[in-house]
Design a protein around this ligand. Sequence first.
Ligand SMILES: Nc1ncnc2c1ncn2[C@@H]1O[C@H](COP(=O)(O)OP(=O)(O)OP(=O)(O)O)[C@@H](O)[C@H]1O
Ligand SMILES: [Mg+2]
Length: 246
Amino acid sequence: MGTVLQVDNLSKTYRLGGQQIHALAGVSLSVEAGRLVAIMGASGSGKSTLLHLIGGLDVANGGTVTIENNNITRMSDRKRTLFRRRRIGVIFQMYNLLPTLTARENIALPLLVDGVAISEIEKRVDQMVELVHLQDRADHRPQALSGGEQQRVAIARALLNDPALILADEPTGNLDSTNAVEVWQLLRELAHQLGKTVLMVTQEALAASYADRTYVLKDGRIIGKIDELEPGNAALVAARYTELAD
Ligand SMILES: Nc1ncnc2c1ncn2[C@@H]1O[C@H](COP(=O)(O)OP(=O)(O)OP(=O)(O)O)[C@@H](O)[C@H]1O
Ligand SMILES: [Mg+2]
């Protein structure tokens, strides 16, 4: 299995009035296929900026993002948008589900919009529902689902196109600890058992403990990485993080 994501010397400067904010100052990292990788950093360290650039939602000032050998930083806006829709799945802190649709319909929506045949949609939605273990809950609307179940619906929707890369921005920020653990375990399972490639950003040591590797981001720079993590062992991550960040 090869490298799915390669980020080289990525930089992003925001200009606000006369001020410049160096949100990313030369970030490099790579993610192998079938791995769950975390980016951990304090608020304002540049996590969301990094995820937006990797997801092609914003444009860098310098450096490159390469996904499955496609340099997305060199693509035209139109090409990058198409690439994002086909090859990248995104999960946010808010689940962004439509309240009037069932879980199953929410998952199906991108395919309906794309005009895919109904029989094909049903087949793929069933597969996704199974992947995220929502067989018993799939005909409920979001309000009848727990936060963790709603996030699993959003994960299923993100998986629908069989993306090369799944990006998750603080996916458990709105969940209690039981639901959060379920989501981290699911992301881990998707990577290890189904070969999906997942990049998750978080402020939490416990979240990072579920990853295969955690990169530590501070003031727009990667200041180190933590390997040999143990799922659930937040203390180990917190200790290494403090060593690196202080
Ligand atoms: N559109 C923008 N315009 C100007 N500055 C911005 C913009 N977006 C982010 N920033 C600044 O860039 C820096 C990094 O922001 P970013 O949102 O990437 O941090 P983060 O690590 O995701 O934080 P949080 O954990 O609070 O979500 C911050 O100083 C932020 O204020
Ligand atoms: Mg953020």
